[in-house]
Design a protein around this ligand. Structure first.
Ligand code: NAD
Ligand code: DAU
Length: 370
């Protein structure tokens, strides 16, 4: 089946892995990557697929309703996978307005545009609230609005014990997670009120190549390489549940095609790690790959003031996704970390261009100044 998919935020970390997967796996699909190219968007991430005939890049802001609607109509888009967002918790603490604008209003603008574009097709059928099982009609609906969200909307778990399930009530603590929670609610409201064919997934922490080096793993790999301090918040006792980014992209592909309209799926690898243990692992692997004595850089660890409102523990129960759609993560964490460290060490010019700001000129070079 030919499809035209709009991926928002496709120049970012997860979005670029997803775009690559879709462009190469589905040569009959047209993949349109809409991205504003904020500091987090980097078209170099997609250099290897940018010349494919089934790929198009559009520089635009999801908050611009008219532009988005025109694009959906002109390109006859029948699927939207929405990743564009402000994604860094520390930035949200300093500048919550930007997070509300992009994550809440941007998502609303996209929902309104999808509704306006798809309403004339007759596919928007409000059903009873909470009825996620597709009847024969709903199953055949060709359009899909798939919203990518985070486990942070569920709040924080105590040490050990329970996991976040799809039934866990929302209890966001940071401005970032509050903005993502709000966008999730809008997506479900558009399903329940207007019959927009939606899907929502909540995923745990991703790691892998092409992540902006403000996030824990790439920041620390780069700092170890340059023997700079590693600023561990508080005592490093917080726990995160880590998933290799390509496994997330595979889950998105599967859920987009086979997920039940109106439903929610948690995505995670049952892979909990205390921050300080990850930091020690990163030091060992980076030292070894650089030919240094393993652990030689342990003294770079610097305990610093805690993040405000720092969630103690995230842990995702992805049993539903595994049982219903047969997805499971492909990589063991140690293997994924080795691959990731190797990638950043082998791609120091990428890191240098990102940290110097040079990557932001790639768009002008490729597409001309606009
Ligand atoms: P990222 O910050 O690396 O990329 C975000 C992308 O969105 C960038 O390319 C940026 O230019 C673009 N963007 C930002 N504002 C925009 C706007 N107004 N209009 C158009 N494009 C805009 O983020 P990421 O880590 O790849 O996360 C992608 C999505 O996945 C986000 O919605 C995030 O909440 C979610 N998520 C991330 C993780 C994670 O661990 N990184 C985990 C679960 C869910
Ligand atoms: O859980 C999913 C979320 O994971 C995504 O929704 C977010 O977009 C993504 O940024 C990530 O959020 P975190 O806040 O968990 O990721 P971050 O890499 O910023 O931090 C991971 C942990 O490491 C967290 O407990 C804070 C800690 N940390 C982070 C940084 C940047 C430090 O101790 N020192 C640091 O310098």
């Amino acid at each position: 089946m030919n499809r035209t998919l709009l991926v928002t935020g496709g120049a970012g970390f997860i979005g670029s892995h997803l775009v690559r997967l879709l462009v190469t796996k589905y040569p009959d699909y047209r993949i349109i990557n809409l991205d504003k190219l904020t500091y987090a968007g980097n078209l170099e991430n997609l250099r290897d697929v940018e010349d494919r005939p089934n790929y198009r890049f559009v520089k635009a802001d999801i908050c611009n309703f008219d532009t988005v609607l025109r694009l959906l109509q002109e390109e006859r888009v029948d699927g939207i996978i929405h990743l564009a967002a402000e994604s860094h918790v520390d930035r949200s603490i300093k500048d919550p307005f930007t997070f509300a604008r992009t994550n809440v209003l941007g998502t609303l603008s996209l929902l309104q545009a999808a509704k306006a574009a798809w309403e004339p097709t007759g596919y928007l059928m409000p059903g009873p609230v909470d009825s996620v099982m597709p009847g024969p009609d709903r199953a055949s609906i060709p359009c899909r609005f798939y919203h990518i969200s985070t486990d942070e909307v569920y709040g924080a778990l105590p040490r050990g014990g329970s996991l976040f399930t799809e039934q866990t009530p929302y209890r966001p603590h940071s401005p970032y997670s509050a903005s993502k929670a709000s966008s999730d609610h809008f997506v479900r409201a558009f399903h329940d009120t207007y019959g927009l064919p939606t899907l929502v997934t909540n995923c745990s922490n991703n790691y892998g190549p092409c992540q902006f080096p403000e996030k824990l793993i790439p920041l620390f790999i780069n700092n170890i390489r340059h023997r700079r301090p590693l600023p561990v918040y508080c005592r490093g006792e917080n726990v995160r549940d880590w998933l290799y980014v390509e496994d997330h992209a595979r889950a998105i592909d599967l859920i987009f095609h086979e997920g039940r309209i109106g439903d929610t799926y948690n995505i995670g690898g049952f892979n909990e790690w205390k921050n300080i243990d990850i930091v020690r692992l990163l030091i060992r692997v980076t030292d070894r790959l650089l030919g240094r004595t393993e652990g030689a850089d342990d003294d770079l660890v610097t305990f610093v003031t805690d993040r405000a409102g720092h969630d103690l523990r995230y842990a995702i129960d992805s049993t539903k996704l595994q049982r219903e759609l047969g997805w499971s993560p492909s990589l063991q964490f140690e293997e994924g970390i080795e691959r990731t460290v190797r990638w950043y060490l082998d791609n120091q010019p990428w890191l240098d261009r990102v940290t110097s700001g040079d990557y932001q000129h790639y768009y002008e070079t490729m597409y001309g100044a606009r």
